[in-house]
Design a protein around this ligand. Structure first.
Ligand SMILES: NC(=O)c1ccc[n+]([C@@H]2O[C@H](COP(=O)([O-])OP(=O)(O)OC[C@H]3O[C@@H](n4cnc5c(N)ncnc54)[C@H](OP(=O)(O)O)[C@@H]3O)[C@@H](O)[C@H]2O)c1
Length: 299
């Protein structure tokens, strides 16, 4: 009886570094069911966007907050204090946006985020891994020929683009559960990893970009492997890979010269398309690799 007792909790404030119970505020009513896992019932669902400081990740956070008036979003990034785009959103969506520090190359930060999410929300309905690197001046140069391939570039690209997202899934997996709130057609929890068409082996006609390309191929194989396990365990979680198109962000900017204007998407357009895929994900989509327009991409 006590376990099922319905308690009404008056609002909360989502400030970075403030514990959930300390941040309760008297301005809005949420249903809180004191169940065995003490999970708060977050009307509207709980989504996490990893790699949310800029570009496509930041746009996901914005659209998730705007589209679902009751939805809560956890945005993670390496440097919360320097993530100006997220801080602007935080001013507007103070209560529904929670910014946490997470660097995919530091597993301790992934674990800390998982702990914080568990304590505060109890679960996640959607996980989007949006982080990624293609080039970093003087550190990682996309290779145009085999002669330019460097061990350090290959290792760094694998670490950030393939290993990192899978470790994030590993730590968030116990939190994932069905739901997502109003406005979605989902009857599954969703993990969406931002991949790239250049990661497709079957579609590789141009060569080059060895580190980026192969790191996304590795991400694809790791994600597919996770999806098989999810099916075997009959978890109601769907794990998909998404190619956003060529999108006008910091990542693509140095390479946009040869991209026809009509093929260079705004991040607003691309994320709208990707959210449509996520919101309509079904269990038989598990393990699939989709382009922005919903077409499947060959492995
Ligand atoms: N833009 C395109 O045309 C395009 C095409 C195909 C696929 N994609 C993929 O889409 C995803 C988003 O790309 P984007 O265009 O939005 O790139 P972006 O604007 O360069 O943003 C990349 C994001 O990744 C984060 N990041 C980098 N290293 C990280 C780390 N170690 N830990 C956590 N976060 C890290 C960055 O955070 P900081 O601010 O801390 O650096 C930033 O938030 C990537 O996976 C990319 O490969 C993009």
């Amino acid at each position: 009886m006590q376990n099922k007792m319905k308690v009404w909790v008056m609002g909360y404030r989502s400030l970075v570094g403030v514990t959930p119970l300390m941040s309760l505020r008297r301005n809005r009513t949420f249903a809180f069911t004191s169940s065995s896992d003490s999970a708060l019932k977050w009307e509207g669902g709980v989504s996490m966007v990893q790699g949310a400081s800029r570009g496509i990740g930041l746009e996901f956070v914005k659209q998730l907050l705007e589209k679902n008036e009751l939805g809560h979003v956890i945005a993670t990034c390496r440097d919360p204090n320097g993530a100006t785009g997220l801080l602007d959103l935080k001013n507007k969506f103070t209560e529904r946006l929670n910014i946490l520090e997470l660097d995919v190359t530091k597993e301790s930060t992934i674990e800390a985020s998982a702990r914080s999410i568990k304590e505060r929300y109890g679960y996640l309905n959607l996980l989007i891994n949006a982080s990624g690197i293609l080039s970093i001046p003087n550190v990682l140069q996309p290779e145009t020929t085999l002669n330019r391939v460097e061990k350090s570039s290959l290792m760094l690209a694998y670490e950030v683009n393939a290993v990192g997202p899978i470790l994030v899934i590993k730590h968030m997996w116990p939190l994932l559960k069905v739901g997502g709130g109003s406005g979605t057609n989902r009857d599954v929890a969703v993990i969406a990893n931002l991949s790239a068409r250049v990661g497709s082996i079957g579609d590789n006609r141009l060569g080059g970009w060895h580190a980026y390309r192969s790191s996304k191929t590795a991400l694809n194989q790791l994600t597919k492997t996770v999806s098989v396990e999810l099916t075997r365990k009959r978890d109601q979680i769907v794990c998909i890979l998404l190619h956003p198109g060529t999108v006008d962000t910091d990542l693509s900017r140095p390479f946009q010269r040869n991209v026809p204007e009509c093929k260079l998407f705004t991040k607003e357009f691309s994320v709208q398309k990707l959210l449509h895929i996520i919101e309509n994900a079904k269990s038989n989509d598990n393990g699939k690799f989709f382009a922005w327009d919903g077409q499947e991409i060959p492995w």
